[in-house]
Design a protein around this ligand. Structure first.
Ligand code: SF4
Length: 144
């Protein structure tokens, strides 16, 4: 019989993947400019697998929040409106770390991240997901 997925274990695995990515000798330079976090300006937003959404939701809940609300300017719900800093930086999704920001070095090459994405997709499937979902929807679902 298939065992029930353990969200805590899935979140741990996702954080392990983030840690592995950080250790790869690939030139990235996120200085927290947050240009990539202004979805309305970029016309793009990160898509999250279920495990990533769990980690982001846990980070958001840990800061005392219960809801994921897109601000009027169309920025990421986790972007601080005054400081311009990511409020879940340590738990930010994989796309925010690898794919998303020109100032941080542009998208990582597919072959640099393929294995890690595969592992995120495996965790997603184990948690009953069916592929990545846009950030607000994914995290709202994970908050439930
Ligand atoms: S999760 Fe953080 S880094 Fe990613 S888009 Fe939102 S504010 Fe930016």
């Amino acid at each position: 019989m298939k065992s029930k997925p353990d969200p805590a274990e899935a979140a741990r695995e996702v954080r392990e993947i983030y840690g592995e990515w950080q250790l790869r000798p690939i030139d990235r330079n996120c200085t927290g400019l947050a240009a990539c976090c202004r979805f309305k300006l970029t016309g793009r937003m990160p898509y999250l697998t279920r495990g990533e959404a769990l980690v982001a939701a846990r980070a958001w809940k840990a800061s005392g929040r219960k809801e994921v609300i897109i601000p009027a300017d169309g920025s990421c719900p986790f972007l601080h409106p005054h400081t311009g800093k990511c409020r879940i930086y340590d738990g930010r999704p994989f796309g925010c770390r690898t794919h998303y920001c020109a100032a941080a070095g542009g998208p990582a090459a597919r072959n640099e991240v393929r294995d890690l994405i595969q592992r995120l997709e495996e965790i997603d499937a184990r948690l009953g997901g069916n592929g990545a979902v846009n950030l607000p929807t994914a995290v709202r679902e994970a908050m439930r």
